[in-house]
Write a new protein. Structure first.
Length: 499
């Protein structure tokens, strides 16, 4: 007997029915200014409050640290321009999962999905949760470090709260994001203003002989690069709405270059402010560098700004949960994940199974290790994905020479980025052998997952059992198959960032 599932209209649909869905017609309504605002709003988040410590830890000097921020900014611009070309060619939801699928086929697309699902995105959210907990708890533990158990408990709680909000109502998510964006900008402005006032009083010792004690080794630069690149994360999310940009041939590359340049200037300026007050050693000894910065300058703000920073970190979690959960839905519709993950709540239309899956993966990652261990493991996996994407971009020029490309970057750029990412991978394996091996083992687990999942033509008994579990979860979670409206939700969410 053929198993049947409930569809979005409450009617039965056969288990072998097509998952093809029709998206609403796209309307080009995002101009250059909104394009810039969206990208800046997505990028600036938890990274600027943690990555400065990670960079100074590896390169050792103020001058080299500021240089690394500039290098990572240029690298991010080049990466984003390549993604702009791919996004204009393939504007459907899914990001690099779609690009790798077009270039290399189902297996590589699944491995790209596996790395995003198991390592990259859970680590991003888990790390942001841990940062949130550290800043919330720091005022209550002024003389010592907060207990790790308490940090993890609060981190898990805030992620659970964000997942619950995303599960209930997308409108709540967009309203929350407006408030968070204001807090984020206000906190950075306070830090920058205080830093420059401090410098105006003659506190410039950190900038004298600023390259002294620099570590120029390839390993140190690579590990510092991971910390900086994580702080710039988010530019690839904009590919969800490339089809909605007015005159994308002009506005998309221009918006990317302007926005990431602005972010780079902000990040360098914030770091200059940090170094005007704190020495590299003091930064390394601090678990919440912005709090330590304020304790040395304006003590009365040492309780206010951490709250604003914590709220801005919540914004990063909120955005990642909102956007990444849709990637899982797209993958499930392509039969690369269990069918239940593609389903939505019958009343709120939120992807509850996808959100629950993401929450479980985040909690697992929060128990793995400290923040910098997670960042390095994520950076390794991200470099693998980027190598696949940029190599695929070069290959697509040969594989699909007649493909309409509204935006074209010189082929030397993706080729160069592919080589750089490949070199970063080899250096990381040499420099951080244990973390790299752990990441490789987790990535390697994707091979049997692919063979036992999408590739395996399951016997009727096994398929029947899986269908029964799917129907049970449908009833438990009140979910069904709906029309594909991820793009419309993401557009509404990102437009509200700029409101």
């Amino acid at each position: 007997m053929t198993k049947q599932f409930l569809n979005g209209n409450g009617k039965l649909a056969k288990s072998n029915s097509s998952l093809h869905v029709t998206s609403p017609k796209e309307v080009q309504h995002i101009g250059l200014f909104n394009c810039i605002c969206i990208i800046i709003g997505i990028i600036i988040g938890a990274g600027i409050f943690v990555s400065p410590v990670g960079i100074i830890k590896h390169v050792g000097s103020v001058g080299m640290s500021l240089t690394m921020w500039g290098i990572v900014g240029v690298f991010s611009v080049l990466c984003a321009l390549c993604y702009a070309e791919l996004g204009a060619c393939f504007p459907q939801s899914g990001g690099e999962y779609i690009y790798v699928k077009k270039a290399w086929g189902d297996f590589c697309a699944f491995m790209c999905l596996w790395m995003n699902m198991i390592i990259i995105f859970p680590v991003c959210v888990a790390t942001a949760g841990l940062i949130f907990a550290s800043y919330v708890l720091k005022p209550f533990y002024p003389e010592c470090e907060p207990p790790q158990e308490v940090i993890r408990l609060i981190a898990a709680s805030v992620v659970a709260l964000i997942v619950a909000i995303n599960s209930h109502n997308v409108n709540w998510v967009t309203k929350l994001q407006k408030f968070i964006t204001v807090c984020k900008v206000f906190a950075l402005v306070i830090i920058i203003v205080i830093g420059f006032i401090w410098m105006g009083k003659g506190n410039v010792e950190s900038f004298q002989n600023s390259f002294e004690d620099s570590d120029y080794s390839a390993g140190a630069i690579t590990l510092a690069f991971y910390s900086g690149f994580w702080a710039f994360g988010g530019w690839n999310y904009f590919n969800c709405v490339t089809g909605e940009v007015i005159n994308p041939k002009r506005n998309l590359p221009l918006g990317i270059m302007i926005s990431i340049t602005v972010v780079t200037v902000i990040y360098v300026t914030v770091n200059v402010a940090y170094f005007s007050v704190l020495t590299p050693m003091e930064m390394l000894q601090s678990s919440a560098v912005a709090v330590t910065f304020l304790e040395r300058t304006v003590v009365s703000l040492a309780y206010v700004v951490p709250f604003l920073i914590a709220i801005s970190v919540v914004g990063g979690i909120n955005g990642a949960v909102m956007l990444v959960s849709r990637l899982f839905v797209v993958a499930a519709k392509n039969n690369h994940l269990p069918r239940i993950i593609s389903m939505r709540h019958v009343e709120t239309s939120t992807p509850i199974p996808s959100l629950i899956t993401m929450f479980v993966l985040v909690i697992i990652m929060q128990s793995v290790g400290d923040i910098f261990c997670l960042i390095e493991m994520m950076g390794f996996s991200l470099s693998v994905v980027l190598t696949m994407v940029f190599a695929g971009q070069v290959w697509l020029r040969r594989k699909m020479p007649l493909l309409k490309r509204p935006i074209i970057v010189p082929v030397i750029i993706p080729a160069l980025l592919c080589i750089i990412n490949g070199a970063i991978l080899f250096i990381t394996i040499y420099q951080k052998y244990e973390e790299s091996c752990l990441a490789l083992i987790i990535i390697g687990c994707g091979i049997p997952a692919y063979l036992l999942g999408p590739m395996w033509k399951k016997p009727k008994l096994v398929q029947g059992a899986l269908d029964s579990v799917t129907i049970f979860l449908q009833k438990l979670l009140l979910v069904s198959e709906h029309e594909d409206n991820e793009k419309a939700e993401v557009i509404g969410f990102q437009n509200d960032i700029t409101a």
